[in-house]
Design a protein around this ligand. Structure first.
Ligand SMILES: [Mn+2]
Length: 253
């Protein structure tokens, strides 16, 4: 039987992971391994040389899961290193409460858990719902359905090395369809709040450059689901020629 690993960053008891796990069961056997608590915005954190407690959790539908007191990437790493059967056919991460578009993907534990799957050589899909107040399993129904459609193709076709897919779904019960997109540009509006020696980063929700056609933010802003292929090679190829002209003692080949 095909085996699917499901994780997230909102925590093992979040409604989005339950919706995702239930949907993925239509494609194969599902194991859920996820952070014990909300690890949103934890980035690609990996816990090394530090204890990582695990426990068994029961989801709201009575199914069991593994709860990890670590980061989303830790969940995938410990699964790969022997906690669970390995490899799965696919790692699916989400469904995140809130979109992960533009530069969000570097902060997102949802996306970085998928990237960890790619590092361990398994095709991976990150799924996010562009709705910050999605608090019921029903809120995630459409995103879960789209995740099944994309995951089925990934399982049939595979993905290139070090490549994941990033699926973002607009709020609501329908979309205008699916767009293949490139990573767009978020605009953050962070505000530093200070109480004596205690700092807090707050402020309004981020926005983005919604008019850049063909981007993730452009598509979701217009009611389309967005699918972006993401690569772990972050080299700025367009800057290499200019950088070569710097006076930094580079050895010529
Ligand atoms: Mn999250």
């Amino acid at each position: 039987m095909t085996y699917i690993l499901v994780t997230n960053d909102d925590g093992v008891q979040a409604p989005g992971i339950l919706a995702l796990a239930q949907a993925m069961r239509t494609l194969g056997d599902v194991e859920v391994i996820a952070p014990a608590t909300n690890q949103s915005s934890s980035g690609h954190k990996k816990t090394l040389f530090t204890d990582i407690p695990i426990s068994t959790a029961t989801l709201a539908d009575g199914s069991s899961a593994t709860a990890v007191s670590g980061s989303p990437a830790d969940c995938v790493a410990v699964a790969a290193l022997g906690v669970l059967k390995w490899p799965p056919k696919i790692v699916v991460s989400g469904i995140n409460r809130g979109g992960n578009m533009g530069q969000d993907i570097t902060y997102s534990g949802t996306v970085t858990a998928a990237l960890e799957g790619a590092i361990f050589g398994v095709p991976a899909l990150a799924v996010s719902l562009d709705k910050r107040d999605a608090n019921t399993v029903e809120d995630y129904a459409l995103a879960a359905q789209l995740a099944v459609t994309v995951a089925r193709q990934v399982m049939e076709r595979g993905l290139p090395p070090m490549t994941i897919l990033n699926l973002n779904v607009p709020a609501g019960t329908t979309t205008k369809g699916l767009r293949l997109t490139r990573q767009g540009a978020r605009l953050y509006h962070d505000v530093l709040e200070r109480t004596g020696d205690v700092l807090r980063i707050g402020g309004p929700e981020p926005s983005g450059l919604f008019e850049q056609a063909g981007t993730d933010l452009w598509a979701v802003h217009r009611g389309y689901a967005s699918l972006t292929p993401i690569h772990l090679d972050m080299t700025a190829h367009h800057f290499i020629a200019d950088l070569a002209a710097w006076d930094i003692g580079e050895e010529q080949a």
